[in-house]
Design a protein around this ligand. Structure first.
Ligand code: TXA
Ligand code: MG
Length: 318
């Protein structure tokens, strides 16, 4: 049988070398991280970054996250501060992104940062992302590897679904451990959360030893992930439902949730981490099964549940 996933590669040494070449030639690739898969290219190259925007059909005003190997590399491009150091020590490498001021001498493409004076930086934990960063001489610009406003991919096949053979390489790092995008913290002034994630408000406050805010409706949108209709499966999503209508899938959670043809359980054990991990995967599955819309039962708003509800609200255009 013909293998249609010709561009999905095992992340062994030989393939990483090929990918390195490909990226050095200003091309972009599918990269696994512990949160979601990224569409990655040389952050110092306008040419690579333009390709990312074009492939994703991403508006040019929406800046990309820049992925670094470690603190030492990060220092070349952004101005570090005390809050950053505390959070970096506590959570990095890991699923958290920091917005910091850009250094004047930074080489990051101004297209990647949408001309802003700030940069969103992250040091990922996934072994494959780290192995690749280790052999590159530049950081990687990598937004989630999906067409703009759609669901983020959590497996190599999901990335293939988004871009097919338009990219030469998708490195297969398995199913993402977390399955939701990183927490984004703005550290350019008083710390605030721009996008909730698995590193929760509570955990961040504990490290910084102070109360911080989650920006809900900032007047000036700092992270368009905050704008309406995002993370969309491409069919309507209705929240806080108890039952499904005709041609509608019901996504639920926990032991008591019924079993049925149109019922999808995010976590039978009622575990929110597992639910977060299954969220995008389940919505993709529902879409493939040709349901016309999705109803979701109420998901507890604690821990990572807060981030799940954030994504669901945006998917439902609320
Ligand atoms: O988990 C993740 O963060 C994944 C993986 C691949 O690392 N990446 C990701 O990237 O979710 P993306 O582009 O889908 O989301 C990045 C968000 C966008 O909402 C963007 O507006 C925001 O980060 N952002 C980037 N630079 C920013 C900046 N300078 N200030 C405020 N927000 C920024
Ligand atoms: Mg995204």
């Amino acid at each position: 049988m013909k293998n249609i996933y010709l561009n999905i590669y095992r992340p062994n040494y030989i393939n990483l070398k090929k990918v390195k070449k490909c990226i050095e030639n200003n091309n972009v690739i599918g990269l696994p991280t512990e949160t979601v898969y990224g569409l990655a290219g040389n952050a110092y190259s306008d040419k690579s970054v333009k390709k990312i925007f074009n492939l994703k059909r991403r508006p040019l005003f929406n800046p990309l996250i820049i992925h670094f190997k470690n603190l030492n590399d990060l220092k070349n491009d952004v101005i570090l501060n005390t809050n950053f150091r505390k959070l970096y020590d506590a959570f990095c490498p890991g699923p958290i992104t920091f917005v910091l001021k850009k250094k004047k001498k930074s080489r990051i493409s101004i297209i990647a940062t949408a001309g802003k004076k700030t940069v969103a930086v992250r040091v990922p934990k996934h072994r494959v992302a780290r192995n690749l960063l280790d052999i590159l001489k530049f950081p990687l610009a990598a937004p989630s590897a999906n067409i703009s406003s759609k669901l983020s991919p959590t497996s190599a096949k999901d990335v293939f679904e988004e871009f097919g053979n338009k990219i030469k390489f998708i490195l297969d790092g398995g199913q993402c451990k977390i399955g939701l995008e990183s927490t984004i913290v703005d550290l350019t002034g008083k710390p605030s959360i721009l996008r909730p994630g698995s590193v929760t408000l509570k955990k961040i406050q504990k490290v910084l030893k102070k109360k911080i805010k989650i920006k809900k409706n900032p007047k000036k949108i700092k992270a368009p992930g905050q704008s309406k209709l995002h993370y969309s499966p491409g069919i309507p999503v209705k929240l806080n439902r108890k039952n499904a209508k005709k041609n509608q899938a019901l996504i639920g959670f926990g032991k008591k949730f019924k079993v049925g043809k149109n019922y999808f359980n995010l976590s039978k054990k009622g575990n929110l981490k597992e639910a977060a991990n299954n969220l995008y995967k389940t919505m993709r599955e529902v879409k493939k099964k040709k349901f016309k819309s999705i109803a979701v039962i109420k998901i507890p708003n604690k821990g990572i549940g807060y981030a799940i509800n954030d994504r669901l609200k945006k998917a439902s255009n609320k």
